[in-house]
Design a protein around this ligand. Sequence first.
Ligand code: 8YV
Length: 328
Amino acid sequence: TAARPHVLIARAVFPEVVDKLRQHFEVEANAADDIWPREELIRRLQGKQGVFTTGSERIDAELLAACPGLKICANMAVGYNNFDVPAMTAAGVLATNAPGVLTETTADMGFALLMAAARRVAEGEHYLRARKWDRWAYDMLIGQDVHGSTLGIIGMGRIGQAIARRGALGFGMKVIYHNRSRLPAADEAAVGARYVSKEELLRTADHVVLVVPYSAESHHTIGAAELALMKPTATLVNIARGGIVDDAALAQALREGRIAAAGLDVFEGEPKVHPDLLTVPNVVLTPHIGSATVPTRKAMANLAADNLIGYLAQGRAVTPLNPEVIGA
Ligand code: 8YV
């Protein structure tokens, strides 16, 4: 029998998914939630043909040069800013991500943060737990409406479109969006969204949701200048990636009441969070749990595993990012 391929699992994942990979491969698995230091990752990748990554392991030309046997990196995440895809293509290494399976779950989280920010849910809970609630007041924790308002979506991929559908169909919102490219008219109609410039979106939206992939181009899509364009009653939600928002500028805008509230699931330099965000009251903070439901995380892990199995065992992947590598 042919030697079985060797695969590294870079961070702890569902035991059933480790078992599934063990049916096909010789597996070395990290049992910890911490990723290995880069030097250790490179050492452990020696003699491996595949690696199961979790969105945080930087795969670049230097690492690839040090791991000449590597054939595929399968990311358990839809975002793949941890991959230098051109360097992987140049090295003949297949890159795969995990799109589709987390779309609706992540869109739900976008709405959870939008509702919580606009309706001051987290502030209310802190107030109650601090035992400050002792009477009704006409202006106690009054926020902004979500239903019937204007929703601005920056980034109109799968998740952006899922958020647009929720806004248009469920909340009677007027939906505007900005994206690198405009959707075909039929797709715009299907999600009930109108294309506008980024500036018009920021000036007119009551709620702004960010769902763009992270890149040098999208770094600080929202900084002080953009925050200054937004309505003082507006909310901002980031479920995309840290670094798309200038967190220091956002904390200052929130503190000065230049926008009403924000909901953040991702942060610059996470799991560290900018200290100023921890002390402003009108921001809802969650620890990157947009895709964190049991069925969705299992589907993401299984999709990453199926990419490894498909490629190393059968020569074809399910969701390749650089399909030109296959058959090259
Ligand atoms: C992951 C994510 O939890 O898919 C993504 O891009 O940000 C999250 O769903 C995270 O990347 C770890 O895999």
